[in-house]
Design a protein around this ligand. Sequence first.
Ligand SMILES: Cc1cc2nc3c(=O)[nH]c(=O)nc-3n(C[C@H](O)[C@H](O)[C@H](O)COP(=O)(O)O)c2cc1C
Ligand code: SF4
Ligand code: SF4
Length: 432
Amino acid sequence: MADLSINFAGIEAPNPFWLASAPPTNTGEQIMRAYEHGWGGAVWKTLGTPIRNVSARFAANDFAGQRMMGLNNIELITDRPLDVNYAEIREVTRKYPDRATIVSLMFETEDEWKENIERSIENGAKGLELNFGCPHGMCERGMGSAVGQEPMVLERITNWVMRYASVPVIVKLTPNITDITVPGLAAQHGGANAVSLINTIKSVMAVDLDTMVPVPNVGGASTNGGYCGPAVKPIALNMVGQLARHRDFSLPISGIGGISTWKDAAEFIALGATSVQVCTAVMHHGYRIVEDMTDGLSRWMDDKGYRTIQDFAGRASRHFVNWEDLDMNFKVVAAIDPAKCIGCQLCYVACKDGSHHCIYLPGDGTGKAPDTGFDRVPYVAHDECTGCNLCSLVCPVENCISMVEVDRGLSPVTWKQFTAGEATLPAYAYKH
Ligand SMILES: Cc1cc2nc3c(=O)[nH]c(=O)nc-3n(C[C@H](O)[C@H](O)[C@H](O)COP(=O)(O)O)c2cc1C
Ligand code: SF4
Ligand code: SF4
């Protein structure tokens, strides 16, 4: 059986699935229920000088029948008194000593940081997470992403924290920057033990065209919020991978952003994370999803022969290169399985209007599609197909269009080798 336990920057947990700092970690009662379902850790809803929240706070976009593909929020940090939070942290850490209970903090002055680091540790925090990510509200007060976007400030505050922290410190990064490696390296220089990413992406979800008020509507006005949920996963994966591959970056990474299933989690780990955090999927489906996550990850690891999380952490990084290092001679073409095709011809339209027009229809007058007896099944002219993938992405029937490798008898040649004059490429067959 796969061993899902981890040691993340010195923080031990029975599995890599942690709740991200957000409404599912608002209270001790919630976190204890989450632990009963099997969550390996939880990052407490960010503590700071308690704030007031507005109503409404959330907005979401649906896509093709799926609710909450993306979630936007204008909620701030904890709105509960610090004393109440600390008493509950004590109870949770006493009752569940084997879980990674991490306290998220966001303060302004060095004295406030010192006092709250000490109180978190006294009450049993296994680690601290510094919230340098909120892109709304708190940043207007000089905290959250206002810190995450200023590497020197981020480094200085991390430095303060490291003076007082006797437990591992994770710096949570904002994605609202140009190059994630800059704040990542600043956290490392500041002495952090790990980083987590991503926090939410600055966003406006929609505009109500009857009232002309963007959503969520707070008494006739709105403001930008933070975007998260399944829609942000590709952005988060890119940032996690980019940081993990940076040659000067050596801290453990907790991956966050759109994780809903064990597969999502495994992908973050394959690109270099060694723990993952989940928010929107729990807000949507509840704590119980962790049962499928641990079960699925464990079965997959058994299947692949991975005994521990470390066995596959970062495995996909070696297959990630710059564009200039891709093999220009590698070639695939689309192949339609006539037995599966339902004749909807979506692939034909997509290729004709949105790609390279190399799919033909029987009887279309070009004479390219042979008469196969399947009169609605499109025909791909392989000598014209650029292998872009589009038709296979729009086809509604699973595995009906496969992308098949064509052996052209050519050795691999990269753009870098070509432009350096180290290799030649065959003439480019573009569409006239
Ligand atoms: C309603 C809401 C409140 C959040 N509050 C916090 C917070 O207090 N501190 C924090 O570090 N992140 C906060 N986040 C960000 C999440 O921890 C997480 O980074 C983000 O939602 C991306 O993960 P997801 O796609 O799984 O939701 C909040 C997110 C949501 C949706
Ligand atoms: S999109 Fe798929 S099912 Fe529709 S015609 Fe093309 S191959 Fe057939
Ligand atoms: S892979 Fe691209 S170019 Fe080839 S048939 Fe499909 S859509 Fe057209």
